[in-house]
Design a protein. Structure first.
Length: 170
């Protein structure tokens, strides 16, 4: 008699996986990056991804899938926070030869640009800031995020399209 496969999409099996692994994954992420709230969010997102992809994941691979998703999310978030911090700490010059009208227009444009960047999808914003602020190449970004160069190009293209739509040609 063939052994019956355990289906991750069954609610009881999913709950069993959650009870068995959620706390351990949370502490793994917390110990690695030192932010319990973020670790809890990442665990919730990881289990949400497991539920969405439950038909593709065999029970025996569910634990490693969860750890992989959580680790990738934390690495991505860490890189994103690093970019955000560097972007926030960029010094603004305190003197200028420009007219007050130009300064006002520049400030309005920067506010519009920052809002538009903030409204990008997370993956697009991450690639955009890594490339334009951190000056990383598409290849470096692809290696950091564990995706292909083509995926980086696509995200950047979509980010630029969205920015142009929101603020016009840059």
């Amino acid at each position: 008699m063939p052994q019956e496969k355990i289906n991750v999409c069954e609610e009881k099996v999913y709950e069993q996986l959650y009870r068995a692994h959620a706390e351990k994954i949370c502490y793994y992420i917390y110990y690695k990056y030192g932010d319990m709230e973020k670790a809890q969010d990442i665990v919730q997102d990881s289990f949400a991804k497991l539920w969405v992809n439950c038909s593709k994941i065999i029970f025996e691979a569910a634990k490693s899938y969860l750890y992989k998703v959580a680790n990738n999310a934390s690495i991505s978030d860490y890189a994103h926070q690093k970019v955000v911090l560097k972007y926030k700490t960029t010094e603004q010059k305190s003197y200028t030869n420009e007219s007050p009208e130009f300064q006002m227009e520049e400030k309005e444009f920067m506010d519009k640009l920052n809002t538009a960047i903030g409204n990008l999808k997370d993956k697009q914003r991450e690639v955009f800031l890594l490339n334009r602020i951190e000056k990383k190449t598409y290849k470096e970004i692809a290696e950091m995020l564990g995706i292909s160069v083509k995926a980086v190009e696509k995200r950047m293209h979509l980010a630029l399209l969205n920015l142009r739509k929101r603020i016009g040609d840059i």
